[in-house]
Design a protein around this ligand. Structure first.
Ligand code: GLU
Length: 499
């Protein structure tokens, strides 16, 4: 198909959530797969509920996910004049009419219909009214004149359900096009914008299925060609209820803050309702290559945090440590200083990355290194029966560290901003770790002990935790002085409990 154009049209009344991000992703990759264009339109005509910060969040989150519009972002609030001209056209052609019914009157009519067990709809009081100028100065809305010819129906073919959905016009209200404050409603503005910007495929949540016939009526009334429609099923929480804050994070920015990588989220979201054989791992390029609407599931998708974590650890593992450090520093955190982008931090990040499911977890695992002081918790120390032998071991271990050749710790002045610099750094790192490992094994055999016997003591001394990165990496990263300081402090702590 030629000239395919899709759009994502969020209202900036909240942060970009998972459901919206998935809709945007589907729209984006559908356009890209077909060599078409994707645009972003901010539907900000609800002035009371729209907020600048949400607008910014939506744009930033999409960018973070690499869902990049091909044209300048459109803001509906800039287009009020345009809507006005089309409303005038509809009024002139008698396809729309003014309605002066008060809220109270509408409410009364509504209650009557409900009492009679009928569908509450606008009863059409103003349908045939020809208001004069004086009346037009009083509060009013503008309604669409739905074709009431007996048996008239409006329908469309849904590309995901692969079925024709048709609604009897009797079921559709003479819906409001322009509110009392002169601002167009969603159903009106959306049609004008989609038509004028040449949108060929509208991919959106299935909560809009009931709006689509109204929009088709407008396309017909205005003489526009209607686009194709694809309504995507909802995302449910693991309890089968609609995904909401109760199920944990729902906004994209929250996932970012919690240490998820955009690749993981994109990969997760695309699989939430779309499949390509049994494959699970997809880069954006692969998604674009394989994406097709017909492989989107018709049923609701269940959100599964475990799977998202699994994908996230997959992508964390595949990153080089310098990139990981930058990503960790990218997570806004007012309480912690950024990590240093140096070879030592990289050594630890690299050795820890396979054990972290999120960047935040990785960052926490690096705390022992970032914090100058270690707190040896009594409840951890008391789990071990430290005695004279351990004190003796620590003394000789201290000597071993003090005696290590300073060259091992010397990383030189490597420029880590370019690829070669990073590669050199990683090479130095590998060699240093190898030297420490050899020296350490010598030390162990001289002292007639094994790594297995001593690992916990060393780990506790250096990190205060029972789980830590590999010991060689820690020694390299902390350097002689900090290692010795920690051994001394640990020595004192266990001496206190063994005394
Ligand atoms: N502003 C609407 C929403 O956020 C857009 C729906 C549509 O895609 O047509 O739900």
């Amino acid at each position: 198909m030629n000239n395919i154009k899709t759009r994502f049209a969020p209202s900036p009344t909240g942060f970009l959530h998972i459901g919206g991000a998935r809709t945007a992703l589907f729209s984006y990759v559908y356009a890209k797969h077909n060599g078409g264009k994707f645009v972003l339109r901010i539907e900000d005509t609800d002035f009371e509920r729209s907020e600048k910060r949400f607008e910014e969040d939506i744009m930033e989150s999409l960018k973070w996910l690499s869902i990049i519009p091909d044209e300048e972002v459109i803001f509906q609030s800039d287009r009020l004049e345009i809507y006005r001209s089309y409303i005038d056209k509809l009024l002139k052609e008698d396809k729309a009419y003014y309605c002066f019914c008060s809220k109270e009157l509408l409410e009364e009519d509504r209650n009557k219909l409900i009492a009679e067990n009928r569908k509450p709809m606008y009863v059409g009081r103003c349908r045939e009214l020809k208001p004069g100028e004086a009346l037009l100065k009083t509060p009013h809305v503008i309604r669409f004149r739905v074709d009431r010819t007996s048996g008239a129906a409006t329908g469309f073919k849904d590309l995901i359900r692969n079925q024709h959905i048709s609604v009897n016009n009797d079921e559709i209200d003479d819906f409001v096009l322009v509110r009392e404050d002169g601002i167009p409603t969603y159903n009106f503005a959306v049609v004008i914008d989609d038509a004028l910007t040449g949108i060929t495929h509208i991919i959106r949540g299935d909560d809009h299925v009931s709006n689509t016939p109204k929009q088709i009526m407008l396309y017909n009334a205005l003489g526009f060609d209607a686009p194709e429609f694809a309504h995507v099923s909802m995302i449910l929480g693991s309890d089968g209820k609609r995904l909401s804050k109760r199920h944990g994070a729902t906004s994209v920015n929250q996932y970012k803050k919690e240490g998820f990588l955009p690749e993981a989220l994109v990969n997760y979201l695309i699989r939430l309702g779309w499949s390509h054989g049994n494959d699970e791992i997809f880069s954006m390029d692969e998604i674009i290559k394989y994406f097709d609407l017909k492989n989107i599931s018709k049923s609701a998708a269940i959100f599964n945090t475990e799977k998202l974590l699994w994908l996230n650890s997959h992508y964390i593992k595949s990153k080089d440590p310098f990139v990981l450090i930058n990503l960790i520093n990218d997570i806004k955190d007012d309480f912690q200083p950024p990590l240093n982008i140096d070879i030592k931090t990289a050594a630890l990040a690299d050795s820890l990355k396979s054990r972290a499911k999120t960047l935040v977890e990785l960052k926490q695992k690096l705390d022992f290194f970032v914090n100058e002081d270690i707190d040896y918790k009594d409840e951890i120390l008391s789990e071990f029966n430290f005695g004279e032998n351990d004190l003796k071991f620590l003394k000789s271990f201290r000597e071993f560290i003090a005696g290590l050749n300073d060259e091992i710790f010397n990383c030189g002045n490597i420029d880590l901003t370019d690829k070669t610099g990073k590669e050199n750094a990683l090479e130095i790192l590998k060699n240093s770790i190898e030297s420490i490992k050899n020296e350490f094994n010598d030390f162990l055999s001289k002292n007639n002990c094994t790594m297995k016997e001593k690992a916990m003591t060393i780990r506790l001394a250096f990190t205060g935790e029972k789980v830590s990165p590999p010991i060689y990496e820690i020694i390299f990263a902390l350097g002689k002085e900090r290692c010795i300081k920690r051994i001394d402090k640990f020595y004192d702590s266990i001496q206190n409990i063994t005394a």
